[in-house]
Write a protein that binds this ligand. Structure first.
Ligand SMILES: [Zn+2]
Length: 154
């Protein structure tokens, strides 16, 4: 760390302390050139996911928006608020774990669909029709066929 007094980059850590909850580390340092003592803090950097929309606009990843989208598609279907929250949290965790901090909105749509498809085919179809749009009637029929295949396998 650069000494705030003389600008030297030579320093040594003379004391390290962790906050009670373990989220902050405080280090007491001493400049080897001028003897100045100063303190630095180490914290987690907040991970922020940026979503790129089809229009090219970007916006911050918003879990609440995903949850609303799912619940809207799940109207009168056996999907709970808690399940919708879990899906949104899973997707956020997945993106952070993968280091994907810039993601296309369609990719988020795909991730939601993947999970809805397992939970409830009707909600899945509704969600897909609103958020990812079927390219044409053939695309829609293909999706229905896939779902029928899924339910036969069960
Ligand atoms: Zn110094």
């Amino acid at each position: 760390m650069k000494c705030p007094k003389c600008g030297s980059l030579n320093d040594k850590v003379i004391d390290t302390r962790q906050s009670k909850d373990g989220t902050v580390i405080r280090r007491r340092r001493e400049c080897l050139d001028c003897g100045n003592r100063f303190t630095t803090y180490e914290r987690f950097e907040e991970e922020k996911i940026i979503v790129k929309k089809k229009s090219g606009d970007t916006q911050a990843f918003d879990k609440a928006k995903i949850i609303r989208g799912i619940l809207l598609a799940a109207k009168n279907r056996p999907i709970t608020q808690k399940q919708a929250e879990n899906i949104a949290e899973e997707i956020e965790k997945f993106l952070i774990d993968e280091g994907k901090l810039l993601v296309e909105s369609t990719e988020i749509g795909d991730l939601v669909e993947e999970r809805l498809r397992e939970l409830d085919p009707i909600t899945y179809i509704r969600f897909k029709s609103v958020y990812n749009e079927f390219k044409d009637i053939k695309d829609f029929e293909e999706t229905l066929k896939e779902i029928k295949k899924d339910s036969k396998e069960e």
